[in-house]
Design a protein around this ligand. Structure first.
Ligand SMILES: [Zn+2]
Length: 86
């Protein structure tokens, strides 16, 4: 009885570990998990964040994030400038 329980417990742990390893990889076939749709991360592990799945590339996503950041900065500067003159 005791050993049966240990056996089941070990099996559950192994299955859990395997699932974690599987989750650390993009499920899309042919995708190497590189890049992230948001451009914020080096890697992705879900289809929602997969650049290839969304017909784009990791490079484009990164570029897009940088462009957004630049726009945000210039917007802030414009706001500050506006505050100064009013
Ligand atoms: Zn992917």
């Amino acid at each position: 009885m005791f050993w049966a329980r240990v056996y089941i417990l070990t099996l559950t742990l192994i299955q859990k570990a395997q699932r974690v390893i599987e989750e650390r990889r993009c499920p899309l076939e042919g995708c190497d998990s590189n890049g992230h749709l948001s451009g914020k991360f080096e890697k992705h592990f879900t289809l929602e964040a997969c650049p290839i799945y969304h017909n784009t590339t990791a490079e484009k996503c990164r570029q897009g994030m940088e462009d957004r950041k630049k726009r945000e900065e210039s917007r802030k500067k414009a706001l500050e400038y506006h505050k100064k003159i009013t």
